[in-house]
Design a protein around this ligand. Structure first.
Ligand SMILES: [Fe+2]
Length: 244
């Protein structure tokens, strides 16, 4: 068990409640975070793997980098607006230090995210290995800041969210999150959830779909994700689960 997994296990043992009677089921947050950890964590290697001068390939990976960094930016924006502001008003004493930690971590991540479009477009235009290395370094720093932030959010804030965010607020948050995924990426996005997401949580999300869609969608989505992952990462099953 890695240190990260142990921290999570201890937190979960002490504060088990991310769902259950009287609580809002907030486990979808973990599903989203897992995708962000993986894709932002693997992005530097995907950039470095592009050959010097290969503009076509740089364009493919650049699109991927811009997609995931913009999804991450959106995720943080809606957390700030939809979840943390109301939470802070509701349970101010307990939450103030945590929400302020979250906001300051978001600022660090945001300042790194702000630099990504220019660095990515510079590399896309030149496909020069030096520009690629600069982008990969930036993404490495971003990934480290993100991992630290997600860990703190999951272990310290999420259990409190389960108690104090209403189901309606949570549904609104998850709908806003889903709607940020471009339509052309819907199947890949669902495949990504199926790939690593908690099966119990995926089952709950799938229950919102009509019966025929529920049957047809998973195999298509899994295949779309495998194809996408092969194109970006060179393998249909990118992972290193541990260490992220
Ligand atoms: Fe989050």
């Amino acid at each position: 068990m890695t240190e990260t997994e142990m921290t999570r296990a201890v937190a979960t043992a002490g504060e088990p409640a991310l769902h259950g009677t009287g609580l809002t089921d907030v486990r979808m947050m973990l599903v989203a975070h897992t995708s962000f950890r993986r894709e932002i964590g693997l992005a530097p290697a995907a950039v470095r793997a592009v050959r010097d001068g290969d503009r076509r390939r740089a364009g493919v990976v650049a699109d991927h980098v811009l997609l995931f960094t913009s999804l991450l930016h959106h995720h943080h924006t809606i957390e700030d607006e939809v979840l943390w502001e109301p939470l802070l008003e509701r349970v101010p004493d307990r939450l103030a230090p945590l929400v302020h930690l979250m906001e300051s971590q978001h600022e660090v991540v945001a300042s790194l995210l702000d630099q990504v479009p220019a660095a990515t477009n510079r590399w896309r235009a030149s496909a020069a290995a030096t520009d690629g290395a600069e982008l990969a370094d930036l993404l490495t720093v971003l990934s480290a800041a993100l991992v630290e932030h997600l860990e703190a959010e999951e272990t310290r804030l999420l259990p409190i969210m389960a108690r104090h965010v209403t189901a309606a607020e949570w549904d609104h948050f998850t709908e806003l999150g889903m709607s940020s995924i471009p339509k052309r990426m819907t199947l890949v996005g669902f495949g990504m959830m199926l790939y690593e997401g908690d099966p119990d949580v995926i089952a709950l999300e799938s229950a919102k779909l009509s019966a025929p869609v529920r049957v047809v969608l998973p195999p298509l989505a899994r295949r779309s994700f495998r194809r996408y992952a092969s194109r970006i990462h060179g393998t249909p099953s990118p992972l290193p689960r541990a260490g992220f």
